[in-house]
Design a protein around this ligand. Structure first.
Ligand code: MSP
Length: 539
């Protein structure tokens, strides 16, 4: 079985989780669930990045140790991801022994190979991002942080360096040979643009002073005066978690998911470190854009984050599935930022879920219940149906399944889910064309050609919807499981989608088996009703 390793960034614990973190992790979850559905051996990792300087200052302001504060906030992230029904296989915290021990080992290895050495660094320090900028980058940004606009400070430090410069050509070659390595394409072009300037070596440590902040972090091996720079420590999480006997098969990652702000670390620094360690490189680094709220960037100063409270309110009012669906189908996958607006949420919810899958499942389930006693109808009357070229189900289903797999593999998650939506639309259209309701009115007690035709029509609808439910399931696992229960067709664990969706095969619906109408999946939402939490007033 081929393995598929998907990761999210590990999130800083100095801030509480918000919709942005939930977006990337939900995206990772849907990717992981798709791949499991395709029959792959999946490992899905998320976690928290805890050695940032800001953790120390925030903890101090609350009268806590950095570790205590990390424990509290790592707990918040776990809570948020549980609320989003995330199926991660592990949750890494960089303060865990299993991680620190490996990081020390990787640094030693790099030192031994001569890829980490001691030198002097002069650079422009962006305190708000805990990041140095090169002279060129600092100048371009007007000596202000490109992210927060805060003044950059010129600093000199005795430091350990990683020989990034030595890997420039190999990285260029890798990017050139692997067009899917940096995605989407516009982001790849950005990285290539920056790579026109040759890479310089980068500092990978920070000096330890009397200042409490500088004590927080993993020590440089055999040098008590330095600690490992938080970004280097953090990147290693992807490797440290699977670098053991039982998980080694997952390396290299199929995809690292992240947002555009941290692409450089993932698409340049990280692969070069891996080359230095002689490790195969990730197959894809996917950098999405940002969620904004009601047209406004979310920020601390505006206090307009979609935080756990808002997330919970949406989950309660519309279901967790509904929020997951909105995030992954409307999320900022390409260049443009995506807007979280209540009106849009309701529109998408009604169109795709309540009036889409939910309505179709309930119509077809109702008819099976009413006319066939809650049993899967027998399609034996299929030959008496008119031959409709647009509704050749075996071929249509195979086509949607193939496209969904191809799209999900390329991280086009909205597109992959769209295959399920399109299949539901096709079923709706088929019902309009074949008019089973009218046929039902002509039924007489006992067997009749009308009953056989009605049975064949409903069988086709139900079987197509069973597949549509599978194609929706990575985003809406709870609702899908409810349909499978009512329709008695839960997919066997580990079974590959392509196998389960071949028409007439073992896993298709079986005539005579129970199929009851079940509860309503998604109650239509009233577009005029107030949002579950008031939207903040845009200034
Ligand atoms: N700790 C680093 C990452 C280290 S990975 C080895 C970090 N943490 S973070 O807490 O700032 O999280 C950044 C990530 O959160 C982004 O890359 C993105 O995945 C997600 N998002 C944060 N805000 C976001 C939005 N407004 N919209 C979408 N995703 C965003 O950087």
């Amino acid at each position: 079985m081929s393995s598929y390793y998907v990761t999210t960034p590990i999130y800083y614990v100095n801030d509480r989780p918000h919709i942005g973190h939930c977006f990337t992790t939900t995206l990772g979850d849907v990717v992981a669930r798709f791949q499991r559905l395709f029959g792959r051996d999946v490992f899905f990792l998320t976690g928290t990045d805890e050695h940032a300087d800001k953790v120390v200052t925030t903890a101090a302001s609350k009268g806590l140790t950095p570790q205590q504060w990390s424990d509290i906030n790592a707990g918040e992230f776990k809570k948020a991801f549980a609320a989003m029904n995330i199926s991660n296989d592990d949750f890494i915290r960089t303060t865990e022994h299993r991680h620190k021990e490996k990081v020390e080992q990787y640094i030693r290895e790099l030192q031994k190979r001569g890829d980490i050495y001691l030198g002097d660094y002069v650079g422009w320090w962006d305190a708000s991002q805990e990041e140095y900028l090169t002279e060129t980058a600092a100048k371009e940004a007007g000596y202000k942080s490109p992210v927060t606009g805060k003044e950059l400070v010129k600093r000199t430090e005795r430091n350990y360096f990683f020989k990034l410069s030595a890997y420039h050509d190999r990285l260029m070659e890798y990017i050139g040979n692997n067009p899917e390595f940096i995605m989407p394409e516009s982001r790849r072009n950005e990285v290539l643009g920056r790579l026109r300037e040759r890479l310089a070596d980068i500092p990978v440590s920070r000096a330890i002073t009397d200042d409490a902040t500088s004590q927080w972090g993993i020590r440089m091996p055999d040098d008590p005066t330095h600690r490992i720079y938080v970004w280097i420590d953090a990147l290693f999480n992807y490797l440290s978690v699977v670098d053991n006997e039982s998980r080694r098969r997952y390396w290299p990652p199929a995809v690292h998911l992240l947002a555009k702000d941290i692409l450089w670390f993932h698409a340049v620094i990280w692969p070069c470190m891996l080359m230095a360690l002689d490790k195969p490189l990730p197959r894809m680094v996917y950098a999405h854009s940002y969620f904004i709220r009601d047209g406004v960037k979310m920020s601390k100063s505006l206090g307009n984050f979609i935080d756990l409270e808002v997330i919970d309110a949406y989950c309660k009012a519309y279901s967790t599935d509904a929020l997951r669906w909105f995030l992954v189908t409307q999320g900022p996958m390409n260049n443009a930022d995506a807007d979280f607006r209540h009106a849009k949420f309701v529109e998408v919810f009604n169109a795709d879920l309540a009036n889409g899958l939910g309505n179709a499942v309930s119509r077809v389930g109702n008819m099976c219940d009413k006319y066939f006693g809650g049993k899967v109808p027998d399609p034996k009357g299929v030959s008496s149906l008119p031959d409709l070229p647009d509704y050749q189900w075996p071929g249509i289903i195979a086509q949607h399944v193939r496209s969904a797999i191809a799209k999900a593999d390329m991280l086009d998650i909205g597109g992959a889910l769209g295959e399920g939506v399109a299949l539901v639309k096709r079923v709706d259209a088929y019902i309009n064309v074949t008019e089973p309701f009218k046929l039902a009115k002509k039924l007489t007690p006992g067997d009749s050609p009308e009953r056989d035709r009605l049975a064949a029509i409903l069988y086709h609808c139900a079987e197509a919807l069973r597949v549509a439910t599978l194609l929706h399931s990575p985003a809406i696992p709870d609702a899908a499981a409810r349909v499978w229960k009512a329709w008695n067709c839960a997919p066997p664990e580990g079974m590959a989608l392509a196998h389960m969706t071949t028409w007439g095969e073992h896993h298709s619906l079986k005539p005579g088996e129970p199929l009851i109408k079940g509860d309503i999946l998604f109650m239509r939402a009233d577009p005029a009703a107030a949002p579950p939490v008031p939207a903040p007033r845009a200034e």
